[in-house]
Ligand binder design. Structure first.
Ligand SMILES: CC(=O)SCCNC(=O)CCNC(=O)[C@H](O)C(C)(C)COP(=O)(O)OP(=O)(O)OC[C@H]1O[C@@H](n2cnc3c(N)ncnc32)[C@H](O)[C@@H]1OP(=O)(O)O
Ligand SMILES: CC(C)C(=O)C(=O)O
Length: 559
């Protein structure tokens, strides 16, 4: 006998779920305070339970499994506190889990006394393996266990006069149970509970252990729904775990297969590899334009509470919530993201269409600025994005290329990420305020008789000495270049000039980008920023000249 044998899928050649699409959100039930809690190294105490409960309410859950009150005093007294302190909103139903054992069921009803709306959730395991090794019982005995439990629940519920009690039954380990037996036992339980169209029973079909690919679970759900006598009087609920890493996929496919309701936890906390991650599943719906009914607009706060209560960290790569999921390090991704945002801004379109991003981070309370982070794998797009975001400069393409090489050199030499603020600092010290041999103080126009020519006098300092220089040209930049060539022999050619107004918030100033060519043929940018466009241009030119001067200084010192 081999150690591992493949899961035998059921035969369902006329399956219909692959042709379906999800069109609306399921009913959600959070099981954070029960399945999530039972899997913790340190189960939550009353204060943490309360904080998590309140967070679940804020998110918008209307059904919350608050515990297994017959199993633990903490769960019991927490439930009593919720009920006695009237902390459960009228439109919220609390759910409690119990095994099919009379004393546990009785204690469960003591726990929910006074609750306006409660779901009593009965479970017993039904799989071939559990029947054989845990219960050592045949199908009839397992069915009797469930029916006896259901009967006791029905008796106790009929004595409740001050609240509504609904029923839920889970054939635990459903995925390892023959479908006809799952149907048989659920039919037997429903025969006791006698659900109606108005008062449906919840039949929860758990993938207690994920045993096969998600399509197999979908087949199981579809076939169950076809065979189950009470389908029209039942809410079919899913409860997937993530043993094979496909808990979300399994629930999504099973919704296609006809399920109505989904149980899960925030960020997938739960037994072993966890329960279905409700945050991921809900936000997956959001990205399809479907209102999930849950509010994750402040996902950071939800994550903070979940991490505090569970003492488990949300992994950096967790969909939507992880630290790194809105971060692109690699150059081509950064370039594409920047272009995507620019295109959306230009077109003013509503539809969110940015390469590599499935959701607008702002919709879940995350920020744009950490989207792009720069390390030695980054390219011009990301670097330009950061400079624009940090400082408001919209770099011409050639300057993007040039500056990304500057950044690349720095990140290659440190082997470290360069934070956005450092990138901004590097940009300023490289292009806006490089070491200055030449300093511009002021300028004024002079009379000029020549057509299409202007003349200016510039007050400058060169190599620590103040000078007044005069030059003429087709504008102030040209005039300054001529004046400096004439006076100091600084012969640089302007190759490119670009400018733009800086956006509001940057002090409504202008930015100018000057590309100079040295007599040796090297091209260097300088950047100026000032309230006056003319001064921004002159400052950009002076910055570029200082970079050229620095280059020849370096060359001389190396000789
Ligand atoms: C898949 C799930 O997540 S199901 C939820 C599981 N959650 C928990 O177990 C957390 C809370 N549980 C507990 O605190 C305890 O297990 C208790 C209080 C419920 C029961 O405690 P104990 O009776 O002392 O022990 P234990 O859990 O070992 O009981 C196992 C017995 O219950 C039986 N049993 C297990 N599940 C069920 C069930 N759903 N219905 C009836 N009997 C059951 C087992 O067959 C076993 O019987 P045996 O003692 O005759 O062999
Ligand atoms: C009690 C059931 C629903 C359960 O937690 C599981 O099967 O994982």
């Amino acid at each position: 006998m081999p150690k591992y044998v493949p899961f035998q899928p059921l035969s369902l050649p006329d399956r219909t779920w692959p042709n379906q699409t999800i069109r609306h959100a399921p009913v959600w039930c959070s099981v954070d305070l029960r399945d999530g809690n039972q899997a913790l190294i340190n189960p939550m105490g009353p204060a943490k339970k309360m904080e998590l409960f309140k967070t679940l309410l804020r998110i918008g859950f209307k059904e919350i499994e608050v515990g297994f009150p017959a199993a633990s005093e903490t769960d019991f007294s927490f439930l009593r506190e919720l009920i006695e302190q009237q902390l459960i909103p009228d439109d919220v139903t609390i759910q409690v889990l119990t095994q099919a054992r009379p004393q546990l069921i009785e204690r469960t009803f003591e726990a929910i006394a006074g609750a306006k709306n409660a779901i009593v959730h009965l479970y017993n395991s039904t799989s071939t393996l559990q029947r054989r090794v845990v219960f050592r019982a045949d199908k009839a005995e397992i069915t009797k266990l469930a029916v006896d439990g259901a009967t006791r629940i029905h008796e106790l519920a009929s004595q409740v006069s001050d609240g509504r009690v609904r029923y839920q039954y889970s054939p635990e380990s459903f995925t390892g149970t023959e479908i006809d037996f799952s149907v048989e036992i659920c039919d037997a339980v429903c025969n006791v509970w006698q659900p109606t169209i108005e008062n449906k029973t919840i039949i929860n079909l758990p993938s207690t252990v994920e045993l096969a690919t998600p399509n197999v679970y979908a087949d199981q759900i579809e076939l169950f729904c076809r065979l189950f006598k009470f389908r029209d009087r039942a809410i079919i609920s899913l409860h997937t775990h993530n043993d094979r890493g496909t808990g979300v996929a399994a629930s999504e496919l099973a919704l296609l297969a006809g399920a109505d309701r989904v149980e899960g936890t925030l960020f997938g906390n739960g037994e072993r590899t966890g329960n279905l991650d409700i945050v991921t599943m809900a936000l997956n719906l959001t990205t399809q334009g479907i209102d999930s009914g849950l509010d994750f607009s402040n996902i950071k706060e939800v994550r903070r509470v979940a991490e505090f209560c569970t003492e488990l960290k949300v992994h950096e790569r967790t969909p939507y919530a992880g630290d790194l999921v809105f971060t692109a390090f690699s150059g081509s991704h950064q370039d594409a993201i920047k272009k995507g945002y620019d295109a959306m801004k230009e077109s003013g379109q509503e539809q969110f269409e940015v390469p590599y991003l499935t959701i607008d981070p702002a919709d879940i309370g995350r920020q744009y600025d950490p989207i792009i982070r720069v390390n030695s794998q980054s390219g011009k797009g990301g670097v330009a994005y950061l400079v624009e975001n940090e400082l408001g400069f919209r770099l011409p393409r050639r300057l993007q290329v040039a500056f990304s090489q500057v950044v690349q050199q720095a990140t290659d030499s440190t082997g470290q990420e360069m934070p956005a603020r450092e990138v901004g600092k590097k940009f300023l010290e490289t292009y806006v305020s490089p070491p200055a041999e030449l300093v511009y103080r002021s300028h004024k126009p002079l009379e000029c008789d020549l057509e299409d020519q202007e003349m200016f006098q510039f007050s400058i300092e060169y190599q620590g000495v103040a000078h007044e220089v005069v030059g003429q040209g087709n504008g102030p930049l040209d005039a300054l270049v001529h004046a400096l060539t004439e006076k100091f022999g600084l012969a640089y050619d302007i190759q490119d000039y670009q400018e733009h107004a800086m956006e509001a918030g940057s002090g409504s100033s202008a930015a100018a980008y000057i590309l100079l060519k040295t007599p040796e043929g090297t091209e260097l940018y300088g950047v100026g920023q000032h309230r006056s466009l003319t001064k921004a241009s002159i400052l950009g030119l002076v910055a570029a000249i200082n970079r050229c001067l620095g280059l020849s200084r370096d060359a001389t010192s190396k000789r």
